[in-house]
Every structure is written in structure tokens, then in C-alpha cells.
Design a protein around this ligand. Structure first.
Ligand SMILES: [Zn+2]
Length: 80
């Protein structure tokens, strides 16, 4: 093997290694993204459960009686 052939072989090997290393890093990110997405889904479900358990999605109403005699919630506009 000549010096030029040796140098070319080293460059080829380095490129192959770089690609392998890059692909490995991408797979690591894919795995972390997958875990983060699963965590997000779980946290959103847990959040919904808390909202339902404590009835936080229901208006506490701030009743106001208008001059017309109509009593209405100033927050959700429900009429009494
Ligand atoms: Zn209300």
C-alpha cells in the first residue's frame, strides 16, 4: 500500500466512523424525544384528572343583577 492509498483508506474509514457516530446520536435523540412525548401525554392526562376531581372546569359564578332585573354571571354569562 502506498502512502496515498493509506491516506485515502484513513479518510474513508473516518467518514464511515463519522456517519456511524452521527446515526448513533440521532437514535439517542429519537429515544429521548419518544420518552418526552410519553411524559407529556401522561402529564396532560394527570392534569385533566385533577381538573375533573376538583371540578375546576366549572365556573364559580360571579352573579350580578342588571337594571333590567336579570341576574347573570359576569364570568360565564350564565343567567340565573
Ligand atoms: Zn359563571
Amino acid at each position: 500500500m502506498t502512502d496515498q492509498e493509506y491516506e485515502a483508506a484513513c479518510i474513508t474509514a473516518a467518514k464511515v466512523y463519522d456517519r456511524f457516530e452521527g446515526e448513533h446520536k440521532v437514535r439517542q435523540y429519537d429515544e429521548q424525544i419518544k420518552l418526552a412525548e410519553a411524559t407529556l401525554v401522561r402529564l396532560q392526562a394527570d392534569r385533566r384528572e385533577i381538573i375533573n376531581r376538583y371540578n375546576l372546569n366549572k365556573c364559580e359564578h360571579n352573579w350580578q343583577t342588571l337594571n333590567s332585573g336579570l341576574t347573570i354571571c359576569s364570568v360565564c354569562k350564565e343567567v340565573k
